[in-house]
Design a protein around this ligand. Structure first.
Ligand SMILES: Nc1ncnc2c1ncn2[C@@H]1O[C@H](COP(=O)(O)OP(=O)(O)OP(=O)(O)O)[C@@H](O)[C@H]1O
Length: 278
């Protein structure tokens, strides 16, 4: 069996003063080329798990392995080169005083990628184009862009060092419903064309079902169900998963299993859009 790209073993995180752990003995494994969705309602422990996987917080017990090595032994620069993250809200994750080009070039500068400024500028133009922006947009500032475009900038910054793994924490939930599909389509296209592995954290099973081959359902700091997305959606074994499935807006029963062309998600999101504009 191949070594997982990123794995967590028996991860427990107890925050001080809390009656029970935010994460309780969680196992997770991300194989190269197999995108994973982590789903659950607010408070399930998704962000806590993501912080542990990113190494920005430490487990109370358990271990995170990157390429089979304990995270503490992997040079931080190597890890950051290969693992990048996109957060929920591009308004707070982009420095308003920096130009877009400077924001996107930041990981290249800090990771010392590119031999000079010109080479970094070429890479910035390349990733801006890859996310559907114009290389000339690099001269502008974040406030000049819409929410969806700002999320594209955040994705471009994450792609700049050519990571293997992209962790996305609720990447569309701060966006207008009308632009969510575009950003999800972009992520799907990037996974396909760049061979990126995606770990997508979301409270929305419909979104995860469209982008991830594997899904892990969390509740109260524990994994309640995990496996291939199609299996979990077709034959959920837990009432909690069934409730999450039922919460997908107006998804007809015959579309509950995602269709290859993304029709299920389109249906779910367009229904939500109709509701919102009424
Ligand atoms: N820094 C912290 N200190 C104390 N408790 C925390 C801290 N961060 C999270 N928690 C608690 O841990 C639990 C899990 O939170 P977490 O943010 O990981 O869940 P989540 O599934 O990501 O939820 P959301 O979707 O709302 O972000 C919650 O009960 C939360 O209140």
């Amino acid at each position: 069996m191949n070594t997982p790209l990123l794995a967590g073993h028996a991860l427990t995180r107890q925050y001080p003063g809390r009656p029970r752990p935010a994460l309780d003995q969680v196992d997770v494994s991300v194989d190269s080329g197999v995108s994973l969705g982590i789903v659950g309602e607010s408070g399930a422990g998704k962000s806590t798990l993501l912080r542990l996987l990113l190494g920005v917080d430490r487990p109370t017990s358990g271990a995170v392995l990157f390429g089979g090595q304990p995270l503490g032994r992997v040079p931080r620069r190597d890890f950051r080169r290969q693992v990048q993250v996109v957060f929920q809200d591009p308004r707070s994750s982009l420095n308003p005083r920096m130009s877009v080009a400077s924001i996107v070039a930041e990981p290249l500068r800090s990771l010392k990628i590119g031999k000079d400024r010109a080479e970094r500028a070429d890479r910035v133009a390349e990733v801006l184009t890859a996310v559907g922006l114009n290389p000339d947009d690099g001269r502008r500032y974040p406030h000049e862009f819409s929410g969806g475009q700002r999320q594209r900038i955040a994705i471009a910054r994450a792609l700049a060092p050519s990571p293997k793994l992209l962790l996305a924490d609720e990447p569309v939930s701060a966006l207008d419903v009308s632009v969510r599909l575009q950003i999800l389509d972009l992520l799907r296209g990037l996974v396909d064309t760049l061979g990126l592995t995606l770990v997508l954290v979301s409270h929305d099973l419909a979104i995860v079902s469209q982008l991830c081959q594997q899904v892990m359902v969390m509740r109260d700091g524990r994994v309640v169900e995990a496996g291939p997305t199609a299996t979990v959606l077709e034959r959920p074994t837990q009432d909690y998963t069934r409730a999450l499935l039922a919460a997908i807006p107006q998804l007809p029963a015959d579309l509950a299993v995602p269709l290859p062309d993304g029709a299920a998600l389109s249906t779910a999101l367009s229904s939500a859009r109709t509701e919102e504009t009424q």
